[in-house]
Every structure is written in C-alpha cells, then in structure tokens.
Design a binder for this molecule. Structure first.
Ligand code: ZN
Ligand code: ZN
Ligand code: ZN
Length: 176
C-alpha cells in the first residue's frame, strides 16, 4: 500500500534541471552550485532578462556569483535549449524561457519599454510562404514590431522625428 505521495508536491523545474545536468556532463563541464542557483533564478523569473538583470537577481541570493559566470551560464542554457536569445533593438541581448514554451514574437513600446508577446498562426504561415518563394530554408526567426503601447498613445505624444530610428529602452524587471 502507498502512503500519501506528499500531495503531489513535485520538485520544481525537475525536467529543466535534468536537461541542464545532462548538457553539462556532455560538455565535460563540472556541476557547480553557482550554476544551479543561476538556473533556479532564471527558471522562476518569467520575463525577458539581460545577463545583467539576471546578475542582479542572483546577487540578492548569492553575492559570490560573478557577472561572467551568469553570462556564461546563460549561454549554456541557450545551447541546452532551455533559454532563447531575443533582441529588442536596444543593443542588448535578452533571454527568455524556451523549454516547453511556445514560439511567440514581440511588440516593443519605444516610449515605456513594455514588451508584449504575441503569436499569430497566419503570420507564421506567411513567413514560411515568403521564405519558400525565395527558396530559403528558415531555421528560426524573431519578429519585432516597434511602436507605442496603448497607455503611451494616451499620454501626449512625444513623437520621434519621422524617419528617425526610435530609441528602444526595454523595461527592466530589476528596476535600475
Ligand atoms: Zn514568429
Ligand atoms: Zn508604452
Ligand atoms: Zn518573449
């Protein structure tokens, strides 16, 4: 007979952690406690994070972790298929969850930095169709639409000079 199985209390991110461990081993790298902390914090933060954002989040819990370690770990997470790199046009690289997360694209507000995620099967199909037309074999893509979010359109318009490339400043979860 079975005794209650901790009311279904499964350890969190077990699959992700296993994938990372396997990737680390395959790459001949050592398993380190610091990488575990970084992975844990990355997984529980549902946002678009630059390596600096993640560094500050990690700092709150373990001040011994350096920026380079965070950066390298994010690269490993990307290679392992757990993270995906995204760019929003502000020159920085952001990372978001990839494993078991559906593909989506982004709209970025150039005024307040809000990032909206969206998915359109029609747009996806059209992109494939277009690639096909050029005999191009797409491996991945990221579509970003720059503009003003609903809230920012209501504020009196600080419109950029027409034709000028809008300046993008993505809102940071760490607030700095
Ligand atoms: Zn897409
Ligand atoms: Zn906005
Ligand atoms: Zn996203």
């Amino acid at each position: 007979m079975y005794i209650l199985n901790m009311a279904g209390k499964k350890p969190k991110f077990q699959k992700e952690k296993q994938i990372f461990t396997e990737y680390i081993q395959k790459s001949g790298l050592r398993h380190t406690a610091q990488r575990d902390v970084i992975l844990e914090i990355f997984l529980r933060t549902e946002a678009h994070l630059s390596s600096e954002d993640l560094y500050w989040l990690v700092q709150k819990e373990d001040s011994s972790v350096g920026h380079t370690t965070v950066y390298r770990t994010l690269k490993l997470l990307t290679e392992a298929g757990l993270a995906r790199e995204v760019r929003f046009g502000d020159g920085k690289t952001y990372y978001e969850h990839h494993f078991e997360h559906d593909h989506h694209d982004h709209m970025i507000c150039t005024e307040c930095g809000k990032v909206i995620e969206f998915f359109s099967a029609e747009i996806e199909a059209l992109q494939d169709e277009m690639a096909d037309k050029f005999g191009f074999k797409p491996t991945h893509h990221s579509l970003r639409i720059l503009g003003l979010c609903e809230d920012c359109q209501k504020k009196d318009s600080a419109t950029a000079a027409s034709g000028a490339q809008p300046r993008v400043r993505v809102k940071s979860v760490v607030g700095h």
